[in-house]
Design a protein around this ligand. Structure first.
Ligand SMILES: C[S@@+](CC[C@H](N)C(=O)[O-])C[C@H]1O[C@@H](n2cnc3c(N)ncnc32)[C@H](O)[C@@H]1O
Length: 269
């Protein structure tokens, strides 16, 4: 396992319990929305890439799908198995990296929620899931997004990394769509939705590199970041207004790939 993946495994072993019951992660309406936007045919075999404690897997299982969940964290996998035990052999969870060669497809769909911003090779993470899909398979990704302005986005990253050393990079919603296009996916759709974090709850389940007081002060001094907007509430609580994107794309069939190659070649002629 790479050094980064080892750090991720240990960070998420440590925060698994808080993560499983955190309001944003366990929000039933958000999970229902993810399943709705995935818009899968009945009884799909779904890869849950970076499944954490099985919240996403459980939502797709409840919708009638079968799920294979993989995660780097032993504690997350134990929780996912417990949470989804009632689904018997419709659900399987393995402590594996998404890139592990032993992970076989093809899957009808692959979904990852809140994983991309922890990954160091983001195009590779997408490409790996596309490779595991059957032609016509669906890729769904949900993650929180950042500001279009590079300086404000860089500041957002500093605050995120200050709170969690395993954070790599948030993308804009547009960047996410571009990643799907670059991976060869077609019929790409994106929806953006709002959510709010409570600063204390968010910070306290992280793996911080900076002090809580430092991150709070810097956040309050920079209220202009799109997707990371602080509001000081009566009583001193700090609310952060964020955006997350849900992106969905389709892996083209061999015929669709050939057609688009022919069109591209004709365009270059
Ligand atoms: C923020 S949690 C999200 C968990 C879950 N997807 C959810 O939304 O409830 C991110 C998870 O991704 C896992 N992860 C990160 N990179 C991974 C990789 N390359 N392969 C498998 N799991 C990975 C971490 O171990 C962690 O449990």
């Amino acid at each position: 396992m790479s050094e980064h993946n080892q750090a991720l495994a240990s960070a998420f072993d440590g925060q698994a319990e808080k993560f499983e019951f955190a309001p944003v992660q366990s929000d039933p309406a958000a999970l229902a929305r993810l399943v709705r936007e995935a818009d899968l045919a009945a009884d799909c075999l779904v890869l849950d890439a970076g499944c954490g404690p099985g919240l996403v897997a459980e939502a797709f299982l409840n919708a009638g799908h079968r799920v294979v969940g993989v995660d780097l964290s032993t504690e997350m996998i134990a929780r996912a198995r417990r949470r989804c035990a009632a689904f018997g052999n419709r659900a399987r969870f393995e402590r594996l990296s998404v890139t592990d060669p032993s992970l076989g497809g093809p899957f009808d769909a692959a979904v990852s929620r809140y994983v991309l911003h922890h990954v160091d090779d983001q195009p590779g993470f997408i490409a790996r899931q596309v490779a595991l899909l059957r032609p016509g398979g669906i890729l769904v990704l949900s993650d929180h997004t950042t500001d279009l302005d590079p300086d404000r986005s860089a500041l957002h990253e500093e605050l995120e990394r200050g709170r969690d050393k395993t954070h790599t990079r948030n993308l804009t919603a547009g960047d996410l769509v571009d990643l799907f296009g670059e991976a060869g996916l077609i019929d790409v759709r994106m929806v953006e939705e709002r959510f709010t974090l409570d600063f204390d709850e968010w910070f306290d389940r992280g793996t911080p590199a900076l002090s809580k007081a430092d991150v709070r002060t810097r956040l309050l001094a920079n209220p202009g970041i799109r997707g990371f907007h602080p509001t000081l509430m009566t009583g001193g609580a700090l609310r952060i207004d964020c955006f997350r994107a849900i992106v969905r794309g389709v892996k083209p069939s061999a015929i669709e790939t050939t057609n688009s190659q022919v069109k591209a070649e004709a365009g270059h002629a």
